[in-house]
Write a protein that binds this ligand. Structure first.
Ligand SMILES: [Zn+2]
Length: 297
């Protein structure tokens, strides 16, 4: 088995295509709708991914027990552009492969998009919903009974907690971190009590002497329009948030590109640390994302 020469075709532009580009390709290269630019960026990302596989396998990463697993990963079917090769397959390593990750983002969008209802026309809405009319402003013609709230919490995990790179003790420490996150992250949902939520957690290696890893906890919630989130959950060190009062399809799509953004450290952070994260994740069977309430169905 050798490296495929992919035949790159047209660039699709449906919501489900744009959301993948926004969450992955755009994180590396910025936005573009030009098919030629998207194709060349997809090729550049493929080269980066193949280089990354080399860096990770050099420090001990084995994608899966199969002896051809590295070639499957190198030849993972690119997304963002239609591919002509009939025999191209995806490698399935969505926790690191940017193409499989992008396909996962597409699944998330397909799942979450229909959960935000189309707006009601104000004529059809109950009279008491007219409270959103503000005197002196143009009258509203549509009404969104639910808002979308995004919350992004970043925590730095200092290098001082860890031994020199390459010791198994580090993998145990990261595994403990995953276990603690898994045990506690549902508490936040209990306190906020949203109608539905998606929680997405990533640990990303950082090229810095003082910080070894960054822990991202990203939350996308559907809440009733009257809901007020407690202040202490939205304000604090490392917390960013936004409320979308008109969660149209486009607004939901943009929210998913932010909440599901590919962590750049997966590709460019220290390979040894990424390897330790992958080992700890595998050992603890940690699930990066969790759906709650109405998002579970
Ligand atoms: Zn893949």
């Amino acid at each position: 088995m050798h490296d495929f020469e992919f035949q790159f075709g047209t660039v699709p532009n449906r919501y489900q295509d744009v959301v993948q580009r926004g969450a992955v390709l755009q994180r590396f290269y910025g936005p573009s709708f030009d098919p030629q630019i998207i194709t060349s960026r997809t090729q550049a990302l493929q080269a980066s991914w193949r280089k990354r596989i080399g860096e990770l396998t050099a420090v001990g990463w084995v994608p899966s027990p199969s002896h051809v697993s590295i070639m499957y990963a190198r030849n993972c079917r690119p997304t963002f552009v239609m591919i002509g090769n009939q025999n191209a397959r995806s490698c399935g390593h969505r926790h690191i492969c940017p193409f499989c990750y992008a396909r996962w983002v597409r699944e998330m969008w397909l799942h979450i998009d229909p959960l935000f209802n189309a707006p009601l026309s104000l004529d059809a809405a109950e009279a008491d919903m007219r409270v959103i009319d503000i005197p002196g402003t143009p009258s509203e013609t549509r009404f969104f009974p639910h808002h979308l709230i995004e919350r992004h919490h970043v925590r730095k995990i200092p290098s001082s907690l860890f031994d020199e790179p390459g010791t198994t003790h580090n993998i145990d420490l990261i595994a403990d971190l995953f276990r603690a996150i898994g045990a506690n992250r549902g508490n936040l949902i209990k306190r906020i009590n949203p109608a539905g939520a998606m929680l997405f957690t990533t640990l990303e290696p950082v090229n810095s002497d003082t910080t070894r890893l960054k822990l991202h906890n990203r939350l996308l919630m559907k809440v009733p329009f009257t809901y007020e989130v407690p202040d202490d959950l939205l304000n604090g060190p490392g917390i960013r948030w936004r409320r979308v009062e008109e969660p149209t399809r486009t607004a939901v799509m943009h929210a998913i590109t932010r909440v599901c953004a590919y962590p750049r450290g997966f590709m460019f952070g220290r390979a040894q640390v990424m390897f330790e994260v992958l080992c700890a994740k595998r050992a603890t069977k940690f699930n990066s994302f969790q759906m709650y309430r109405s998002f579970r169905n």
